[in-house]
Design a protein around this ligand. Structure first.
Ligand code: AMP
Length: 125
């Protein structure tokens, strides 16, 4: 049985409504919204946040669905995501920036597909 199938059944069994087919970032990665990727590689895509909180606000999103940092058990992927931050900002000429990972509802996580915010320039809050 495929891993995703197992995950799907696990969610159904727990009565959790959100599945990958309901995940906005999975849909973006699948190209459902024609979102422009300002950078991408084998592990992640990078696109502009729809509601920017800074002059430049990008999201680094793993292609693999992981709900949050708490569910991530893949050290290699974590490293690849941080290298994606570095390589994307370098390619885009962003020299100075903050990174942020909201983990959990109380911390402000709204989209439960792991992502790293890249914020640069003047903050909008
Ligand atoms: P978080 O609060 O850390 O879960 O961040 C989720 C971010 O995703 C927010 O900053 C939203 O503005 C952003 N967002 C939600 N939907 C979209 C979308 N369709 N395209 C781009 N960014 C989005």
């Amino acid at each position: 049985m495929q891993r995703w199938t197992i995950v799907f059944f696990a969610r159904v069994n727990k009565g959790v409504k959100l599945t990958m087919s309901d995940c906005i970032f999975c849909k973006i990665i699948n190209g459902d919204f024609n979102t422009e990727f300002v950078y991408e590689n084998e592990y992640a895509v990078v696109f502009k946040d729809i509601n920017p909180k800074a002059d430049i606000h990008l999201l680094v999103v793993p292609r693999k669905h992981v709900e949050s940092l708490n569910e991530l058990d893949d050290e290699i992927l974590l490293g690849k995501l941080m290298m994606t931050v570095k390589n994307a900002t370098k390619k885009l000429g962003i020299k100075s920036y903050k990174t942020l990972i909201n983990t959990g509802k109380e911390a402000g996580q709204e989209v439960f597909h792991l992502h790293i915010h890249i914020l640069s320039g003047k903050m909008h809050f």
